[in-house]
Design a protein around this ligand. Structure first.
Ligand code: ADP
Length: 834
């Protein structure tokens, strides 16, 4: 008799049962409620199973730690196994036994009574004490749902099983059934068998199922794509052969007429191609001459030749950089943006200095701005101080990033091409597809160059932060090669299969949110930030730039459309809610189109005057009504200010207190940092609500206050930040979170039209935050009257243009308690129904 290693008894253990025969299994874990066939070959095991069958007694199955071990000792057998009933037993001709067993109960082996002629062990049942908790039921429902998804991927899982899973109400039983049918290895199954708490088992199952489902989904997607590709390749091959046979029959092997190739030969003779490209073209021309004219190969060869000849091969736009001319042009085309313009001009000045130095031989290679690049590829590339940074304009949509880039190109006298990177996941989009791939094409960079017609265009890499990557490769890495001055003079597109010099392209990138830019690329960038516009800036942009352009585009004269007093302002306020001016431009276009149409159709006289009262006729109902602005003023609802890639935003934060177990429950897609800041806010409240005089005064009449103090052990605080589709993160909502929680706790409403931003510490200090310009602009747009800010941000605000603050009353706070008189007040609300 050998005792097992001592183990903690489970909460639900019962008294030891009678000694039962035990069979050590290899790589097999049987769960309760599961019927499984087992094959038994070892003499001891046969003895155990026969004894159980003959005596109508249960049998214990427990896995061996090491499946390859022939003669396991008691220490080699897991301490947790399953008590099973032997339903059937068959003797096989070779002396081994096949049996059908049904799992009854998880057991923990307490001691061994015998080890020969078979193992006999005493065990106790292993049941969980938390299987009846409501949380287990809701976890169980989620497990059943995830298992439904899992089962759809696995044709071997029968329909009935899904029915069984759906109908199983007992979470413990559900965990057993699902665990039994997962295709995971024996060690994972054993771990699931051993977990005592049902809640823990269900959580583990959820995690496993989520992982497995993600893997299965990817496998299925790849499988489908591969199949489609194979099918389409086979079809091509079949058609190809068919064509060949038909052509042979009709033409008896005619050749592609020479005039087809003549044009290519003429272009080749112009001698612009690099030696490698020339060789490639000659080879392809030879193939083209020999290929039957109807063969699909001809189309492939012509596609490649066209792509090669479409490239500029040394054609250059003027390469000089006249910084003063760019300055003048930017002043003409863009209002404001002083800092942005300054930084751009500085960047250009540096580029120009470098290219001049390069021309004098100081730099190994010519930069994107200037000089004839033909020599570039043959020069040395290892100068340490070559200009390696790429200009990146970052800011919310509609703040002028693309149009500034376009203006730079215009001022430099170079063609402008835009390469959209948003959602690009496939490396081949940047670097081209290999020609063996059906429907292959060059990558977007090479295509952009062909479109521009010169080797030194201004190329806008738009939305660098929206690059994605998946199993089709890493487009960011491909882009690194495009931008790397040490390598981009010999960029190799997979489709072209020859090198092309990108070193003279002037790249400008844009991004809404620099955090989304892959780190390796970010290091290469000279980032210039464009922030949102104030109301006054928007009005000025509209008057000076948008209105004249929109009128011109509509075929009207500038003063054919006139706006009454305050009308532009009403458009900005009622029809747009943006950091930039894109929606504003769209609204003005709609007005001009309508004016043009009524003039033509009904003979309405020009100029037309648009007054505030008739705005609805042009633009429909105002989209943003003052009354719909988030302004809170309720118990448990505060307004935070968030900094997003679209500019700033006023966020509503809701907190409620409900019967529970003293937990903090967060919903609404909150990121890790925001969750932590919610914990810090709650932590501060818990720690100080009864100590700090200001907080204590507020909760004096809280319905959660008992003689012993606040009774929060039986309440949960739930925090929700609506607009579920928008992920939210960052520490700066701490103050607003704490206010919402305290308001819910004290049942005192938050004052209306008061928004706040600030990080909060456990000790209740309010720390400085970023993105203030965007946040204050958002507060103005959102009809907020008062904004609470960290005192540490006073200097930041002082540097902002006065109209960013606009009509807002700013209140600076150092400590959480200082904020309370400004945000909480009004009639105390009764406690919510229990
Ligand atoms: P982004 O690329 O940042 O999304 P765009 O460059 O497309 O923005 O700008 C949207 C529109 O607003 C364009 O028509 C642009 O000319 C205009 N615009 C933006 N900022 C200014 C400005 N400061 N001055 C004049 N027009 C502007």
């Amino acid at each position: 008799m050998t005792p097992n290693p001592p183990e903690k008894a489970a909460a639900g253990d019962t008294a030891p049962a009678a000694a039962l025969p035990l069979l050590p299994t290899r790589e097999l874990v049987v769960f309760p409620h599961m019927v499984a066939p087992i094959f038994v070959g070892r003499a001891k095991s046969i003895e155990a199973i026969q004894r159980a069958f003959n005596e109508h007694s249960p049998l214990i199955l427990s896995a061996q730690r090491e499946p390859t071990q022939e003669e396991p000792g008691v220490a080699d057998i897991m301490a947790v196994g399953t008590r099973v009933k032997v339903l059937q037993l068959f003797q096989l001709p070779d002396g081994s036994v096949k049996a059908l067993v049904e799992g009854e109960q998880r057991v923990r082996i307490e001691s061994y009574e015998a080890t020969a002629p078979c193992f006999v062990a005493r065990s106790v049942s292993l049941t969980s004490s938390d299987r009846a908790l409501p949380r287990c039921r809701s976890l169980g429902r989620r497990v059943a749902r995830e298992f439904g998804t899992y089962a759809r991927h696995d044709p071997q899982l029968a329909e009935e099983l899904l029915g069984v899973v759906e109908q199983t109400r007992d979470p413990e039983e559900l965990a057993d059934i699902v665990a039994a049918h997962l295709q995971v290895d024996a060690a994972q199954k054993q771990a699931l068998l051993e977990m005592e708490s049902t809640q823990e088992r269900l959580l583990a199952l959820l995690e496993l199922l989520a992982e497995e489902n993600a893997v299965l989904e990817i496998e299925q997607e790849i499988g489908l794509k591969v199949q489609q590709r194979i099918e389409s390749a086979q079809r091509q091959l079949f058609l190809h052969e068919k064509l060949r046979v038909i052509r042979d029959e009709i033409e008896e092997g005619g050749e592609t007429p020479d005039e087809e190739v003549g044009e290519y030969v003429r272009r080749l003779a112009e001698g612009r191609l690099s030696p490698a490209a020339r060789k490639l073209v000659e080879r392809e021309l030879k193939k083209l001459r020999q290929a039957p004219s109807m063969s699909p190969e001809v189309a492939v060869i012509r596609g490649l030749l066209d792509s090669i000849f479409d490239l500029p091969w040394g054609t250059l736009a003027p390469a000089d950089v006249d910084v003063a001319a760019v300055d003048r042009h930017l002043q003409r085309t863009h209002y404001g943006l002083k800092d942005v313009k300054d930084r751009i001009l500085e960047y250009l000045a540096v580029c120009r200095m470098r290219s001049e130095a390069a021309a004098r031989g100081r730099f190994g290679r010519l930069s994107a701005l200037g000089g004839s690049g033909r020599a570039a590829a043959t020069r040395r590339d290892d100068d340490a101080d070559q200009p390696a940074t790429i200009l990146c304009l970052a800011g919310p949509p509609g703040t002028g990033k693309s149009s500034v880039a376009q203006s730079i190109a215009d001022a430099l006298g170079r063609p402008f091409v835009r390469v959209a990177l948003g959602g690009v996941r496939d490396e081949a989009e940047i670097r081209g597809h290999r020609r063996t791939y059906i429907g292959a094409m060059p990558g977007r960079i090479v295509e952009g160059l062909a479109k521009s017609g010169v080797d030194n265009p201004v190329m806008l890499l738009d939305e660098l932060d929206k690059l994605d990557s998946d199993w089709r490769g890493n487009p960011a890495a491909a882009l690194m090669e495009v931008l790397d001055p040490a390598h981009n003079h010999s960029f190799r597109d997979n489709y072209l299969e020859c090198e092309y010099d990108l070193s003279r392209v002037f790249f400008i990138a844009t991004a809404n949110d620099v955090d989304g830019i892959p780190a390796t690329l970010y290091d290469r960038l000279e980032v210039i930030y464009l922030t949102g516009y104030t109301l006054n800036e928007k009005l000025a942009i509209a008057r000076r730039h948008l209105l004249p352009r929109v009128a011109r585009d509509t075929g009207l004269r500038r003063d054919d459309v006139r706006f009454g007093r305050g009308v532009l302002q009403a458009i900005v306020r009622g029809y747009t809610r943006e950091a930039g001016v894109r929606e504003l431009e769209r609204a003005l276009r709609r007005i001009d189109r309508k004016v043009a149409r009524t003039h033509l159709e009904d003979g309405a006289p020009l100029p037309a005057t648009v007054e505030a009262g008739v705005l609805g006729e042009y633009l429909g109902e105002a989209v943003w009504l003052e009354t719909e602005l988030p302004r809170a003023g309720h118990v448990g609802e505060s307004l935070g200010l968030a900094y997003t890639s679209d500019g700033g935003e006023v966020l509503t934060i809701e907190a409620t207190i409900a019967r529970g177990r003293g937990e903090l429950v967060l919903t609404g897609q909150l990121g890790d940092v925001m969750q932590e800041s919610a914990s810090a806010a709650w932590g501060h409240l818990l720690g100080n609500v009864e100590r700090d005089p200001a907080l204590r005064a507020l909760i004096r009449r809280s319905p959660y206050l008992t003689k012993e103090g606040l009774d929060l052990a039986t309440q949960d605080v739930r925090v929700h930040v609506p607009e579920g589709a928008v992920p939210k993160d960052g520490p700066s909502a701490g103050l607003a979170l704490a206010v919402a929680m305290l308001s819910a706790l004290a049942r005192v409403p938050v004052k209306p039209r008061v928004a706040m931003t600030g990080e909060i510490t456990l000790g209740g200090r309010v720390l400085r935050v970023g993105g203030l310009k965007e946040k204050l602009l958002a507060a103005n747009r959102g009809g907020i009257r008062t904004v609470l800010l960290p005192a540490a941000n006073r200097a930041t605000v002082a540097e902002l243009p006065a109209d960013v603050v606009g009509r807002l009353k700013l209140v600076y706070v150092d400590k959480f308690a200082d904020a309370l008189p400004h945000v909480l007040g009004g009639r105390r609300a009764p406690a919510p129904p229990a």
